[in-house]
Design a protein. Structure first.
Length: 393
């Protein structure tokens, strides 16, 4: 099945207002998603929050079924969370680290992941070791193999980093981790919704993802996957009456599924919107989405290379829909402001978002222009035309 772009754009009102190249930040949601949120909120307004939750219990439960289907997991391995950061952090801080344990990670690791590494280094004596890049700028599998020791507790990798087109070799990393009996945490924040993700093929025990980016779900939604085989070894730092049951005066029993990582209170309206976004993605087919995103990304890079003073900074053997560049003698914030005057949305990747990689490449910031399947070749043409005018001054 090929994606019907005209129909998709008809279901995406935002494309009439802006040319949205900030999908790695937050995509334009389709009407089906926003309507699911609005309809649920309206019922809460009229009938009460608890009562509406009870009415839609089967649909809310179906969120876990649909999300599991998206990544080839089981519903009991899914926890609905308010963000990828909350999901990642809940799992990471539940891992039973001890002093001297090693975590292996990459040069392109995101700040919100690396800061917890530093925190446990300070608090517990966790050791952080950086896996070098290979000649393509992705995780070096050879170096990773050579870094495996009996002190390595965790391999934590960002699948698609925030600041470039790179797709890290997640499946090959999983093979190395599993052969060594090491837990593998994959940040799929930028891959879910644009790239096929199968946790069984990848071999990760933990995966975190957001809704707002390529999945086209509302802000404030995301999920955590935890392999059932390690779940019993993880106790969340924060438990409440949803994640555990108070059984005796001085005792409690945790849930047996991944929902031990959830808290009792959350936005059910956003959860309904998240479910609608997952179903929307499943109906389009993630393979179809990836084919179009990859094609648009390649076209975009080729067109940008034609613009004077523009330098591309994407890495990786396999590239995605995130396109990063800089303009000689002009800072990224200026480019962003000028493009916004033409209703073109981009974002800026500052150095401190992926500090190790940006320092290694001596880059103070990057303009990030990320395509999705609802973008068009015509929009790319307009983007390049307006950017050329800005560059010429």
């Amino acid at each position: 099945m090929k994606i019907d772009i005209d129909n998709i754009r008809a279901e995406t009102p935002g494309v009439q207002q802006v040319k949205h190249f900030n999908n790695a930040g937050s995509s334009l949601v389709p009407q089906a998603v926003s309507q699911a949120v609005i309809d649920y909120l309206r019922e809460e307004e009229l009938y009460g929050g608890y009562e509406v939750e009870a009415k839609y219990q089967s649909q809310l439960e179906d969120t876990y079924v649909q999300t599991a289907k998206l990544i080839n997991a089981q519903p009991g391995e899914i926890a609905y969370m308010e963000s990828a950061t909350a999901a990642w952090g809940a799992a990471f801080y539940a891992i039973p680290f001890k002093a001297g344990d090693i975590v292996l990670t990459g040069l392109s690791e995101y700040a919100s992941n690396y800061i917890p590494f530093l925190q446990l280094k300070k608090r517990l004596g966790l050791e952080i070791r950086i896996i070098p890049d290979d000649s393509y700028g992705q995780i070096s599998l050879d170096h990773l193999k050579n870094m495996i020791t009996d002190r390595v507790k965790l391999i934590a990798i960002t699948h698609i980093p925030t600041n470039g087109g790179l797709v890290n070799p997640a499946r090959e990393i999983g093979e190395i981790a599993n052969n060594a009996g090491i837990w593998y945490l994959l940040d799929a924040c930028q891959s879910l919704g644009q790239y096929p993700v199968d946790v069984k093929k990848i071999g990760c025990q933990i995966l975190s993802a957001t809704g707002r980016k390529f999945l086209r779900a509302p802000r404030g939604s995301g999920f955590l996957y935890v392999d059932d085989n390690i779940l019993s070894q993880l106790e969340p730092e924060q438990l409440d009456m949803h994640g555990a049951t108070w059984t005796t005066t001085d005792g409690y029993e945790m849930r047996r599924d991944a929902r031990r990582f959830e808290l009792w209170e959350s936005s059910y309206a956003l959860k309904m919107g998240f479910r609608a976004a997952v179903i929307y993605t499943l109906e389009l087919g993630i393979e179809n989405i990836w084919e179009r995103v990859q094609s648009l990304g390649q076209m975009f890079r080729e067109r940008l290379m034609e613009v004077e003073k523009v330098e591309l900074h994407d890495k990786g053997k396999e590239k995605c829909g995130i396109v990063t560049f800089s303009v000689k003698e002009q800072d990224g914030s200026h480019i962003k402001r000028e493009l916004a005057k033409h209703q073109i949305n981009v974002s800026i990747s500052p150095a401190n978002s992926t500090l190790l990689d940006m320092q290694e490449r001596k880059l103070p910031e990057l303009v990030r222009a990320s395509v999705h399947y609802y973008n068009t070749e015509q929009e790319i043409g307009i983007f390049v035309e307006k950017l050329s005018e800005i560059v010429r001054g």
